[in-house]
Design a protein around this ligand. Structure first.
Ligand code: BG6
Length: 471
């Protein structure tokens, strides 16, 4: 069952993702019941789904496959009540036979999630079910605890899949492969060798379409407490005892337990000029559309290593970068003007874009007489492997995992509640928002926040284009 079946996320990601999963054989025997507040017939829903695919499915639609997919779609409005919901599921299950598993995807605003859960309970659709919940999972510790306890009245924790689509991104999972499948980097993945880390996710898009949702949310709740902290968990965690859900969750939660509560003095909140003029935004809004912060993880591996996080809307570039800055060596042996150290420390950089890239920068000798040093880099682009087409989009991967009952890439009540707990000092006394120009990198105060270091973005040296490699 797809709740919010006519909403933005369903149109852009979920329906195209389900179509891809269904038509590439990942989920044979799947019937989809769309659910939303809208009154429409199943046929109208099929038309809406087709137009979602026309606009957002980039792999090309095979008409025969579409016909088969369209046949698997049904629709029921929430206003028709629990009996109609139960009847639609019965119809769908009639097509499948036996007692198929049920997956309820709640792609609905936070205030509608519990009502949807209650509807499922009233329709007697809890058995054989898993439920995917969309963020935000509360807005602070108190509301998160209350939400979890209300959810637990209907669904067991093992039935609840809290989705964080950043964890479904292929390059995010590659962080785990890179760290734990290689002997090269893990030995230096600690405070003795790493100076600081940046997780930087600037976005170019603005909020004109989503102001209603965003005004009550802001960048911290929308991006940091969910996506950026989860990536931080992957970067900072200890090697799990196994590559399974319980072990990975345990290690991530240990990182979150070691996080020092976020002090307002370690945070810069920003708002882009023009945000307050958007329809639905308070003309005196204090909502941040930008945030930069310093986080501390007080454990043996990371004590003293600052983690700098930044994200915002209407910024200069859209990027998703994790940047590891290594400690610098003594440079005493190099002659004056050699250029050693002049271009910052060596960096390992993960680009979490859909076409993932990675780079390791280092100093090397410039050819010719004497000892002049340049910053060079080793670069890897997934594009070059020829396997880019095999990448599952984040939502596809996570829907498939939820159907298979694999919780590895989902977040848990305990982890989320801890993240709200460390957020309390900031949420209780947020620093005032500072204005920034659209198209910039945020308010000026971001430079003091990272001093004596500097933000990696904008990059001084552009990525080599994959096509240019070898030329
Ligand atoms: C969503 C946030 O979860 O993630 C959006 O609500 C944000 O504000 C989006 O733009 C970014 O995701 P992606 O995959 O487009 O980088």
């Amino acid at each position: 069952m797809l709740f919010g079946a006519t909403g933005d996320l369903a149109r852009r990601k979920l329906l195209p993702g389900l179509f891809h999963l269904a038509t590439s054989g990942f989920i044979p025997g799947c019937q989809i019941v769309g659910v939303s507040l809208d009154e429409m017939t199943p046929e109208e829903f099929r038309c809406a789904a087709r137009s979602a695919l026309d606009n957002h499915f980039s792999r090309g639609i095979d008409e025969q496959k579409w016909e088969a997919f369209a046949d698997s779609l049904d629709y029921v409005s929430t206003t028709s009540g629990p009996e109609a919901l139960a009847a639609a599921v019965k119809r769908a299950e009639g097509e499948l036979g036996d007692s198929p598993d049920r997956l309820h995807y709640l792609s609905v605003p936070p205030n509608a999630a519990l009502a949807a859960v209650q509807l499922l309970a009233d329709a007697n659709l809890v058995a054989r079910s898993r439920v995917i919940m969309e963020k935000p999972f509360g807005i602070d510790l108190v509301s998160a605890v209350a939400l979890n306890s209300e959810l637990h009245e209907v669904f067991g924790e093992d039935q609840i899949f809290r989705i964080d689509h950043f964890l479904g991104k292929e390059p995010a999972q590659n962080i785990l492969a890179f760290r734990f499948a290689n002997g090269l980097f893990e030995p230096i993945w600690n405070r003795n060798f790493i100076d600081h880390i940046q997780i930087d996710v600037p976005e170019e898009l603005g909020l004109d379409q989503r102001a209603g949702f965003y005004e009550g949310t802001g960048a911290y709740r929308d991006m940091v407490v969910t996506h950026l902290f989860q990536i931080l968990g992957f970067i900072a965690m200890e090697p799990p005892t196994a590559l399974d859900s319980a072990s990975i969750t345990e290690e991530k939660n240990k990182v979150f337990r070691s996080m020092v509560p976020v002090e307002p003095s370690d945070v810069v909140r920003g708002q882009y000029n023009g945000y307050r003029e958007i329809d639905g935004v308070d003309p005196e809004s204090d909502t941040e559309t930008f945030i930069a912060m310093r986080c501390t993880i007080d454990n043996w591996r990371w004590a003293g290593v600052p983690f700098y996080l930044r994200t915002g809307k209407r910024m200069a570039e859209g990027q998703r970068i994790v940047s590891i800055a290594f400690r610098e060596p003594p440079k005493s042996m190099f002659p004056a003007n050699s250029g050693v150290g002049a271009q910052g420390p060596d960096h390992l950089t993960f680009d979490l874009a859909d076409a993932a890239k990675m780079s390791l920068s280092f100093y090397g000798k410039r050819p010719g007489p004497g000892m002049r040093l340049d910053k060079l880099s080793l670069q890897f682009a997934m594009h070059d492997t020829g396997l880019q087409g095999d990448v599952l989009e984040a939502y596809e991967r996570l829907i498939l995992d939820a159907m298979r009952g694999d919780r590895t890439l989902f977040t848990t009540a305990e982890g989320i509640e801890r993240l709200w707990e460390v957020s309390t000092p900031l949420l209780d006394a947020p620093p005032p928002v500072r204005m920034y120009s659209p198209g910039s990198w945020g308010p000026n105060a971001i430079h003091q926040l990272v001093a004596p270091h500097a933000w990696r973005l904008p990059f001084e040296r552009a990525w080599r284009s994959p096509n240019a490699l070898g030329s």
